[in-house]
Design a binder for this molecule. Structure first.
Ligand code: ATP
Length: 383
């Protein structure tokens, strides 16, 4: 009997229901059907599926390819299901390293065989992981002492259950470090849920974080589990915490102190066990001094601060980072690796990188596209 939990991400309800029937007949458990990437991420965080069946064209702004990259980071297996199999789309799908690609219309048998193989391959990978997990800092390039100190801090704090505040300029890798803390913590098998506090309007962020009951406000047609609840047992990454309104800061502080939240329209508080990792590129002390950030919340988050150095303070890492981005671009696109001329590399090392590693990543991608004869001879700085 198969008991694996499977999530279906498909915008055509008839196809999704057919798939659900097929899977349930074969003994799998379908933990949900999502029509958009947003809903899929909500369900994935809630149910921790072993496998996701993923359509490419979905309702909403993002595609199945966008979601696939993130599922891969979270080490959740997925198989694409799509009516379209054009060369460009296949190249983009391949770059996400899926466990399979089924072209619609497909036979029941093909779906079941693909799922069985995907689950088997995924289990093999998971079984191998303990030896490889030694490096949870995979994908974080650099060996400057300032970065090595960050790695040490992360290893130390990951095992504890305290809140962590990651500071550093934009593009220095704060989100990557937050993911490492989660992966190294005892909460690693539960969800890591991310919220960008600057990306949501004030009116939405409240229900996004704390959730709401059905009928809590006009348009609340269904009960919604907020990010706090979705991250129950796991970690909630609050990016750009410096942008939070004072009202929300107050609710967050209460949630941290009481370990419970109040849903919009809810009758009783809900107990939560969620670890907070927050990040900011602002100087929170200045924000506190200016009265824009609550001092009590600041101290609550500041129990263990981790500071990421700007790239200009660890220029020695630039050549290795450049090499990393050149290789990664080749891997993603399936094209040969482009090299870089020494003069161009010197220019990159000399530059000050106000946008840090993210800016370097963009400059390299742009330079590869403009490169002739497989070698980058010119680099064009600027974000
Ligand atoms: N040391 C590193 N090695 C490889 N890639 C890195 C490194 N640091 C950052 N990056 C890459 O740079 C980009 C920006 O990183 P990330 O989103 O973690 O930064 P951030 O500090 O959270 O930025 P922001 O404050 O703007 O949210 C990402 O694509 C990330 O993969």
């Amino acid at each position: 009997m198969n008991t694996s939990n499977i999530l279906i991400v498909e915008d055509e309800l008839i196809v999704a229901r057919d798939l659900q029937l097929t899977l349930e007949k074969a003994g799998y458990h379908v933990c949900g059907i999502a029509r958009s990437v947003v809903k899929a991420e909500e369900l994935a965080a809630q149910h921790q599926p072993e496998l996701v069946l993923l359509d490419i064209h979905l309702a909403g702004r993002e595609t199945g390819i966008d979601l696939a990259h993130r599922l891969r980071e979270q080490r959740i297996a997925f198989i694409f299901i799509s009516a379209n199999s054009g060369a460009d789309l296949l190249a983009a799908a391949k770059a996400t390293q899926p466990y399979g690609f089924l072209v619609k219309p497909f036979r029941e048998r093909d779906v079941l065989v693909s799922i069985e193989i995907a689950l088997y391959l995924h289990q093999q990978k998971v079984a191998l992981r303990p030896q490889q997990a030694g490096n949870c800092f995979d994908g974080i390039v650099g060996s400057h002492p300032l970065l090595l100190q960050v790695f040490e801090d992360v290893k130390l704090v990951a095992a504890l259950d305290t809140s962590v505040l990651i500071t550093g300029e934009s593009g220095t890798g704060k989100e990557q470090i937050a993911a490492c803390i989660h992966r190294l913590s005892p909460r690693r098998d539960k969800a890591l849920v991310k919220v960008n506090c600057a990306a949501l309007p004030e009116s939405l962020i409240n229900s996004e974080l704390f959730g709401h009951e059905k009928g809590a406000f006009t348009g609340a047609t269904e009960k919604h589990a907020g990010k706090f609840e979705q991250a129950h047992g796991g970690t909630l990454f609050l990016d750009e915490i410096g942008e939070m309104s004072t009202d929300l800061q107050c609710r967050l502080l209460r949630a941290l102190q009481e370990k419970e939240i109040e849903k919009l329209g809810g009758k009783a508080p809900v107990k939560i066990d969620t670890r907070i990792v927050a990040a900011t590129n602002r100087d929170l002390e200045k924000e506190v001094a200016a009265g824009r950030f609550r001092v009590d919340l600041y101290y609550r988050l500041h129990i263990f601060p981790i500071h990421l150095p700007p790239l200009r303070e660890r220029k020695e890492d630039i050549p290795e980072l450049v090499q990393h981005f050149l290789m990664r671009f080749a891997e993603r696109t399936g094209r040969p690796v482009v090299t870089i001329a020494p003069a161009a590399l010197s220019q990159l090392v000399a530059y000050d990188w106000p946008g840090n590693v993210r800016e370097l990543e963009h400059v390299i991608e742009r330079s590869i596209i403009m490169a002739k004869g497989g070698i980058v001879t010119e680099v064009l700085m600027g974000r």
